[in-house]
Design a protein around this ligand. Structure first.
Ligand code: HEM
Length: 146
């Protein structure tokens, strides 16, 4: 819209130059992916998330046979895609990934806590923590009791 106004108003070189400056200083809206620190930020959050899971006796036994580097890479891609980043998640869907595990609500909530702590440790804003946890919460029905 501003570009159109600028073009409409641009009667001379001076005006055009001032419009160009307006464009450059126009507010840039950041995606949740940006606010989480893009790919490097997500790698750190996922590292902390998995470390929190490893330290939690309520759930760590579940991951005893899991290929952890592969899981981390999948989690980064999944979070990246879900928060507006440029990645494409290529892992299995959530029902298939957790089939036969019969994961409980308590275990699901413990996993959410592990993510909450990871985000808090990395000084993510509360509203953004809520957004990430909300996205994970939306997967509960695909993960619990399968
Ligand atoms: C919203 C919460 C969760 C998300 C986003 C999530 C995401 C994922 C992803 C992306 C994978 C990898 C899929 C693949 O390899 O193709 C995976 C695998 C796995 N998840 Fe979850 N998960 C969640 C909750 C849980 C919970 C609550 C548990 C158990 C306490 C759990 C246990 C596992 C295990 C053990 C694997 C590895 C399966 C294997 O090695 O074949 N997950 N999860």
């Amino acid at each position: 819209m501003r570009i159109l106004q600028c073009i409409a108003l641009a009667g001379g070189v001076l005006l055009a130059a001032s419009c160009a400056q307006q464009q450059a200083s126009a507010p840039q809206y950041k995606s949740l992916y940006d606010r989480l620190g893009q790919q490097p930020g997500l790698v750190v959050v996922v590292d902390d998330f998995v470390a929190n899971i490893a330290g939690d006796n309520r759930i760590n036994h579940r991951f005893a046979k899991t290929d952890i580097p592969k899981l981390k890479a999948h989690l980064v891609d999944q979070l990246c895609e879900a928060t507006g980043g440029p990645c494409k998640y290529t892992g299995r869907d959530m029902v298939t990934s957790h089939k036969g595990m019969n994961i409980t609500v308590a275990e699901f909530n413990a996993t959410g806590e592990a993510m909450q702590k990871a985000l808090q440790k990395n000084k993510v804003a509360q509203a953004d923590i809520d957004a990430v946890l909300g996205a994970l919460g939306g997967m509960q029905n695909d993960i619990v009791g399968k």
